[in-house]
Design a protein around this ligand. Sequence first.
Ligand SMILES: [Zn+2]
Ligand SMILES: [Zn+2]
Length: 244
Amino acid sequence: MAKHFPIPMSPSQASHSYCRMCKRQADTGESWPRCTKCKTVAYCSKECQIAHWPVHKPICTPRNPEKIWAIRILNNNGRYRQGIEPAHYFRHEVVSPAIFRYGELCPVTKHIGIPLIICRDMSRGFPSSNNMNAENIGSNEIAVKLRIEDTANALAPMDWQLDVPECVVMREDREPLTMQLLETIYSFNKYLLSYPIIDKGWAPWQGLLNPSVWQYYAMKYYEEQKAEGRPGFSYFLPPSIVEA
Ligand SMILES: [Zn+2]
Ligand SMILES: [Zn+2]
């Protein structure tokens, strides 16, 4: 099904008034110096730039309207995963805008203000047919949870219920997507699905689908991950700033 998605946007100026590392805000109307290679992120100091490099390095590349930074979600993640971070299954990948033609909107992400497009890579990562036990069915669990519908039962579409291969996901606005943000959105969807009111069928769970609930959740999630010492979770940026 062909869909039309917006043409590329330039990085917002607001993104350059925040230091990517310490999140210090420049004085009104000012910007911090940007990464000289990609010009997409800004830092208050050399120290902050060096400290942020492990997070920024994978997507440090000059902006090009013919390229989009996406994240591939690897398979074999339907199994029990205690102690493994969701981002363990993520890989940065450059894709061509043509991929948007095959992509599907993740409805929940539209409601929270960060619309994501997801695309199944039919060429890679199907569970092998002799491996079809309960553990492997729906083996790209992360992708399926990103794709849940905003309808009453919160299920992914029928064709997403079984045999989901590796997927590629990107922001609809074509800004680079960070692994930290994607993990937080996945975790948010998981939280929505575990919300006890869904089972009880009382208030419609869709009432939770708004930027306010999301931003509060994301702030807390970033704080928790930061406390664990994980890089890239130092601070959840205000929604006007792209989390590149
Ligand atoms: Zn800084
Ligand atoms: Zn850079």
